[in-house]
Design a protein around this ligand. Sequence first.
Ligand SMILES: Nc1ncnc2c1ncn2[C@@H]1O[C@H](COP(=O)(O)OP(=O)(O)OP(=O)(O)O)[C@@H](O)[C@H]1O
Ligand SMILES: [Mg+2]
Length: 422
Amino acid sequence: MKKRHSEIIAGLDIGTSAVRLVVGQRVEREPENVFGEMSILAAAEAPSSGMHKGTITSIEDVVSSVSACLERAERMLGVPIESVWVGISGLHIMSQPSKGVVAVSKADSEIAEEDVARAVEASRAIATPLNYEVLHVLPRSFVIDGQSSIKDPIGMTGIRLEVDSQIILGSSSQIKNLTKAVYRTGLNIEDLVLSILATAEAVVTPRQKELGVVVVNIGMSTTSLAVFEEGDILYTGILPIGSEHITNDIAIGLRTSIDIAEQVKVQYGECQSGEISKREEIDLLELGAQDHEIVKKQYVSEIIEARVEEILHKIDQELGRIKRSGLLPAGVVLTGGGAKLPGLVAAVKTNLRLPAILGYPIHTTGVADKVNDLSYATAVGLVEWGGAMINSGIARGGSMAHKKVVASATAHLRKWIKALLP
Ligand SMILES: Nc1ncnc2c1ncn2[C@@H]1O[C@H](COP(=O)(O)OP(=O)(O)OP(=O)(O)O)[C@@H](O)[C@H]1O
Ligand SMILES: [Mg+2]
């Protein structure tokens, strides 16, 4: 089988704990001419500063963190990276449903791509709150002359075309800060993508999206979730609680520093205290404490468990808001550094009453250790998202109509971003 390589796609995830940059290339397999897997060519990370809860607190610091990461990625790749798909997240993100209605333009009433684009455009025209920008207009399903639940209306016949879409908004000042920081590193921005949507692109299959699934990313300071059903996005949410809260609790519980508490969590943390023998102990001296300090592993686990249960309770509340608590057949797919905690999958199964798995990037090959890391899911997802947008239509997952209109909807934001270019 002959393989042909397409263009290079880079994804940039600026998190609270780390900046990650992944570069990939879609491998096109001939003669079938179907887009195959994404081959990951480079993956790099650098410690992050200047971010808090997905929000930029210092542009200067973000510029230096991104620059450091960029340098590492370019060294790995061997060629300069020119433009990136950038993830955006944070508590400023808002998501709301909207509707758009248009009259079908052709005399023979056959619905064309242009009608779909107009309908989606009409759904964008919701009352945007002051100082907010539309990041995504995600069409979910269409209604033709009253007949609902249509996924791909192109080629069908009708007079009135309606779309139900999900609108994702972000604060104008946050978007400006983020674009400014990225531009200052010399990188061009292909587009801004809601991080959890990109993450989902990397870790769930179209089949899981069809059945109903929630993708959960547990980061350092935030936990994001995206719920899919019937193949499309149903809900997104970002919670102001993350894995650092577990670390903080350990620091308080053991009366030790944050750095030692982080080591305790990463090296010995587990969230099923019942499974741990009462005799297992940890000596904090090994982790950098000034003296011998013996703590019970089970006690640490109880602290972790309490906080994990709180996080899971908040996720369950979010699912409750859309009446999906305990009701998603494809269950929970966990990603983010916080998902590395041993025992988390079992805790999720119990607390959310759903199947649960860890969300390692699928459809990817290449720098294996990195693409198989839960913390890289967002950056890999951005590459997948970029690839899907570039090859709108042919790419796996989502109908042609959807990909195209999503692409055209983001063109607006791109223009707006371009206007900010120095
Ligand atoms: N092995 C591990 N066990 C438990 N927690 C871990 C492990 N490895 C990393 N973490 C935690 O994961 C968190 C970092 O996750 P991640 O890198 O996904 O966050 P981020 O993207 O930088 O943050 P955010 O998405 O909130 O902006 C840290 O709080 C870290 O303590
Ligand atoms: Mg993150």
